[in-house]
Design a protein around this ligand. Structure first.
Ligand SMILES: Nc1ncnc2c1ncn2[C@@H]1O[C@H](COP(=O)(O)OP(=O)(O)OP(=O)(O)O)[C@@H](O)[C@H]1O
Length: 293
């Protein structure tokens, strides 16, 4: 579904250049439900905005289904956004209309695109667990319920790819679990590919594959050891916690580059050079030997 290779995004303003993505590689399979984690400023939202067609990449390649998002024309981009992607943001509910019912809110974007499918709108609200509340006005719903209306709306255009940026950022743990359950169900039942960007490692720990971004590059991949395991409510406060159920792998790109964590380098005082040895089984990186490290 998604293939990024050497993806670069540079933001330019007057005399400043920020390299938000510096040659990122990422593959997401059709029908996958995965999460992207990373510290603030690592490039997560930049990546999501590019995948959603809201921002243009600077270089590299990024393919979503049949679409090449580097070469796509403006007209095609409009079509891509309308037909291929659905978006969920942390404060999506803010864009909803409080004086309309949940159902009317879901029908609104359908109306704007020219075709209201009431049966499908109802089905969407049923999928997100709001069957009983679809005729309630939005202001009568809780924050978590409103976020679920937003999820229903994101599926109005029957997207193949759902992009969620911090979807549980402003809800409590129980609602966060509920929302994750909805994603899992939608992924299974309608086969929509879902990419979740989050700071929340507890949430990330509930999907089979988590990719960590560091400094605009994919650095580590976490794969669930037993994908059939029912996700528990365990707290994953850091990447070590994530490893309770996931195996961590360093990402090696096509030309053999990998990122060594900064803390490892500073612990050994490795700056711009290192020595590397292969002992038949392991690759060992040490401070430069000839320089006395
Ligand atoms: N429009 C912009 N103009 C200039 N720099 C930008 C712009 N958008 C993002 N950046 C910079 O690009 C880098 C990556 O930002 P991005 O928002 O993608 O990070 P993030 O991982 O999503 O962070 P957060 O978790 O805080 O949202 C940061 O250094 C940020 O300051």
């Amino acid at each position: 579904m998604i293939s990024c290779e050497g993806l670069v995004k540079i933001y330019k303003s007057d005399d400043l250049e920020v390299v938000a993505l510096q040659g990122l590689n990422l593959r997401v399979e059709d029908g996958e439900l995965m999460a992207i984690i990373g510290n603030s400023g690592s490039g997560k939202s930049t990546l999501l905005n590019i995948l959603g067609g809201l921002d243009r990449p600077s270089a590299g390649s990024v393919q979503v289904g049949p679409w090449d998002l580097l070469k796509i024309s403006e007209d095609e981009l409009v079509k891509y956004k309308r037909e291929t992607v659905g978006f969920i943001w942390q404060n999506n509910a803010r864009n909803l209309l409080p004086y309309l019912t949940a159902l009317e809110n879901v029908e609104m974007p359908m109306m704007l695109s020219g075709k209201v499918d009431r049966a499908y709108a109802k089905q969407l609200l049923e999928w997100v667990g709001l069957k009983e509340r679809m005729h309630n006005k939005l202001h009568q719903l809780s924050g978590g319920e409103q976020q679920r209306v937003a999820i229903a709306i994101s599926l109005c255009n029957r997207p193949k790819l759902l992009l969620a940026d911090e979807p549980t950022g402003s809800v409590d743990t129980a609602t966060s679990d509920l929302i994750m359950g909805i994603f899992r169900k939608l992924n299974k039942e309608i086969g929509v590919t879902i990419v979740i960007v989050t700071h929340d490692l507890t949430l990330a720990g509930k999907v089979d594959r988590v990719v960590a971004i560091r400094d605009g590059l994919t650095s580590t991949e976490f794969l669930k050891r037993n994908p059939n395991m029912i996700p528990g409510g365990g707290e994953q406060q850091d990447e070590k916690g994530l490893q309770a159920v996931h195996e961590a792998y360093v990402v090696v790109d096509r030309v053999g580059r990998l990122q060594v964590p900064k803390e490892y380098l500073s612990a050994l005082n490795i700056k711009d050079k290192a020595s590397m040895e292969f002992d038949g089984e392991r690759i060992i990186i040490t401070p430069p030997k000839s320089l006395g490290g």
